[in-house]
Ligand binder design. Structure first.
Ligand code: CTP
Length: 404
C-alpha cells in the first residue's frame, strides 16, 4: 500500500503564481488516498480560488484565521497532520516561517505542526538567491524542515534562474518517500532489475525483446514504499520510464553490462529481484560498420552471461543477497519450466507468468502470476495491476527477510 493512503496531509498554499500547480498537487495527493486539508494564505487567494481546491479534495478549504473555529482549526490541522507541505512557498511565507510568525492560518498551522514539514519554494527574479532568503532556508533546514527544490528554469517574469516550484509529481514522490521511512524494509537494501536489454549487431541494429519495464519499476516503487533503499538497474527498453523518487538508478544497454552492475550491487544487497528480461543470446560478432544488404549475413549467436546463476555462485560464498527473486516469462509449459528455473538458479521465490495470456506479461497494465517456492508450494495470484503484483511480491520478500 502506498504510504500516503489514509494520511492527513495539510497543503499550505501561499501567494505565488505557481499556486495553480498546487491544484494539481492537491488532486494527486487525493488520488493517492490522502486526506488533504488545504490552507490558503490571503496572497494565494489572489491567484487561485478556494473552490478549485474544495472541488479537487472534496473537503472544505481553510482561509481565514479570524473565524469562531480558527483556534480549534489550527490546533487540529497542525497537530493532527501526518505532514504539512507548503507548496508553493513564497519568499514572504518562507521568511515568516524562519522567524516563527503566526499571522495567518497557514503560518499558524505550520507552527502548530508536530509532524514533518516540507516547503517547496517558488519565487521570481533574484529573490531565491538573495542572502536573506538563503539565510531563512538555512534556519529552516537546521530545524528539520525539508526543502524541496526549487528547480532552475524560466520564471513568470521571463528571467531564467533558480526559483521555479518543483513539479507536483516530484513533490508527491518526496512526500511518499518521507512517509515510507520506518517501514518493514527500513535499513534494507533491495536491488531491482527492470526492462529488456539490447544486444548490438552493428552500429545501428540490435536484438532485443518486448519488455516494457513496468513490472520492475512497480517493484522498485513497492520496495521504496516499505522503506527500503532501492537500486534500480534499467535495461534499454525501459529507458523512458520515470524513476520512482528515491531509487538509485543505473541505466544499462547489454546483458553483460547488466551482469556487471547487478553483481556489484548484489554484494551489499539484502534482496535482489530480477524482473529484467535479459537477452539470452547475442550476436557473436558486433560489426564495426553498418551491414550492407548486398552482403546479407548469417547471424551467429552466443549465450549472454546468466546473471542469476552468477549471483547464486557468489551467494554461496558470501551469503548475500539473503533473498533472490527471479521471474519466468513462459509461452508454454509454464509450471514445469518455472520449477526448473527455480531449482537451477537456486531462487528464494520465482514469479511466473504466461505471456500468451492477453491480460498478462509485456506492455499491459495488468499481470496474472503464479508464485513458486523452493519447498514445492505453488501459489497462483488473481489478475492484478502490476502495482498490486509488486506489493504481493514485496510482502513475500519481507516475510523471507524476517525468516518466515
Ligand atoms: N536472467 C538472468 N540472466 C540471463 C537471462 C535471464 O539473470 N542471461 C534472469 C531473468 O531476469 C529472470 C530469470 O533469469 O529473472 C528467468 O529468465 P528467462 O529468460 O525466463 O530464463 P532463462 O534462464 O533464460 O531460461 P530459458 O531460456 O530456458 O527460458
Amino acid at each position: 500500500m502506498n504510504p500516503l493512503q489514509g494520511k492527513r496531509i495539510v497543503l499550505g498554499v501561499s501567494g505565488s503564481v505557481a499556486a495553480y500547480k498546487a491544484a494539481d498537487l492537491a488532486s494527486k495527493l487525493t488520488q493517492a488516498g490522502a486526506q488533504v486539508e488545504v490552507v490558503l494564505s490571503e496572497g494565494a487567494e489572489h491567484f487561485i480560488a478556494p473552490l478549485t481546491f474544495s472541488a479537487l479534495t472534496g473537503r472544505r478549504v481553510h482561509t481565514s484565521l479570524w473565524t469562531d473555529e480558527a483556534h480549534v482549526l489550527h490546533v487540529g490541522l497542525g497537530e493532527g497532520a501526518d505532514a504539512v507541505v507548503i507548496a508553493p512557498c513564497s519568499a514572504n511565507t518562507l521568511a515568516k516561517l524562519a522567524v516563527g510568525l503566526a499571522d495567518n492560518l497557514l503560518t499558524l498551522t505550520a507552527l502548530a505542526a508536530r509532524g514533518p514539514v516540507f516547503v517547496a519554494p517558488a519565487m521570481d527574479g533574484g529573490m531565491f538567491e538573495h542572502p536573506a532568503t538563503q539565510a531563512n532556508l538555512q534556519i529552516l533546514r537546521q530545524r528539520g524542515v525539508r526543502v524541496l527544490g526549487p528547480a532552475r528554469g524560466r520564471m513568470a517574469s521571463g528571467l531564467v534562474g533558480w526559483g521555479r516550484m518543483l513539479e507536483p509529481a516530484e513533490i508527491l514522490g518526496q512526500l511518499r518517500l518521507a512517509l515510507a521511512q520506518g517501514g518493514p524494509l527500513s535499513g534494507r537494501h533491495v536491488v531491482v532489475s527492470a526492462g529488456g536489454t539490447q544486444e548490438p549487431l552493428d552500429p545501428v541494429r540490435y536484438l532485443t525483446n518486448r519488455s516494457s519495464g513496468k513490472q520492475g519499476f512497480a517493484l522498485a516503487q513497492a520496495a521504496l514504499d516499505l522503506g527500503a533503499r532501492v537500486s534500480l538497474v534499467v535495461g534499454a527498453t525501459a529507458a523512458a520510464l520515470p524513476t520512482p523518487t528515491g531509487a538509485e538508478r543505473t541505466d544499462v544497454v547489454t546483458a553483460a553490462q547488466m551482469a556487471e552492475v547487478v553483481l556489484q550491487l548484489a554484494q551489499t544487497a539484502d534482496a535482489l529481484i530480477m524482473a529484467a528480461a535479459v537477452a539470452d543470446f547475442r550476436p557473436r560478432q558486433v560489426q564495426a560498420q553498418k551491414i550492407k544488404k548486398e552482403r546479407l549475413p548469417q547471424l551467429e549467436l552466443e549465450p549472454t552471461p546468466d546473471i542469476l546463476l552468477a549471483v547464486a555462485e557468489a551467494r554461496q560464498r558470501t551469503g548475500r543477497p539473503r533473498v533472490v527473486v527471479g521471474f519466468a516469462a513462459e509461452s508454454e509449459n509454464l509450471l514445469a519450466n518455472a520449477q526448473d528455473k527455480l531449482k537451477r538458479k537456486r531462487l528464494s521465490l520465482l514469479v511466473a507468468n504466461d505471456i500468451t495470456a492477453p491480460d498478462a506479461g509485456f506492455a499491459v497494465e495488468t499481470n496474472r502470476v503464479t508464485l513458486l517456492w523452493p519447498d514445492g508450494r505453488v501459489e497462483p495470484l488473481p489478475l492484478m495491476t502490476k502495482s498490486e503484483v509488486a506489493e504481493a511480491v514485496l510482502a513475500r520478500v519481507v516475510g523471507l527477510l524476517e525468516g518466515g
